[in-house]
Design a protein around this ligand. Sequence first.
Ligand SMILES: CC(C)(COP(=O)(O)OP(=O)(O)OC[C@H]1O[C@@H](n2cnc3c(N)ncnc32)[C@H](O)[C@@H]1OP(=O)(O)O)[C@@H](O)C(=O)NCCC(=O)NCCS
Length: 145
Amino acid sequence: MNVEEIPPEATHDLRWRILRGSRPGAPVVFPEDTRLGAFHLGVRHDGTLLAVASFSTEATPYRPGRSAVRLRGMAVDGPFQQHGIGRLLVTTVVDRLRAEGVDVLWCNARDSAGGFYSRLGFDVEGDGFVLPESGIAHHVMVKDL
Ligand SMILES: CC(C)(COP(=O)(O)OP(=O)(O)OC[C@H]1O[C@@H](n2cnc3c(N)ncnc32)[C@H](O)[C@@H]1OP(=O)(O)O)[C@@H](O)C(=O)NCCC(=O)NCCS
């Protein structure tokens, strides 16, 4: 199992299937994908991409003045969920960001995945909110690095 940097387009299939429920025409491109400093990680096994996540520089009002990276599009392929692959991906990026001197990793976490982020040391911040485009309940979750 390898964690490797992948191009933005390589995230689209898992984003569409896992995060968009394979809805025809559902958007899989984020505006941050190609911003300066953005990068994308994948977990690959035997040539197959099993998980993806994307990262870009973006401050959070919950940690004013701290250098921050936002996590988006975290998706593990269905049969491979609950096997430690998400943990591997996040611990890998945490090591990388710590080495780069980044202070904070944060995301808009789906409430259904909140337990995953809690297990990895993220704290819930603020009130919950529902994203209008998806109707899915979220909280901001922040990990101090
Ligand atoms: C949420 C997701 C990224 C987690 O990745 P994963 O590879 O399945 O998780 P892991 O096996 O690495 O789990 C690490 C820990 O978190 C726990 N965990 C995983 N998913 C969880 C969930 N949805 N709710 C509560 N706890 C969860 C695991 O039980 C494990 O606990 P442990 O410390 O006791 O071993 C993955 O299941 C997924 O893609 N889900 C569907 C899409 C999604 O919700 N993405 C996140 C959008 S914000």
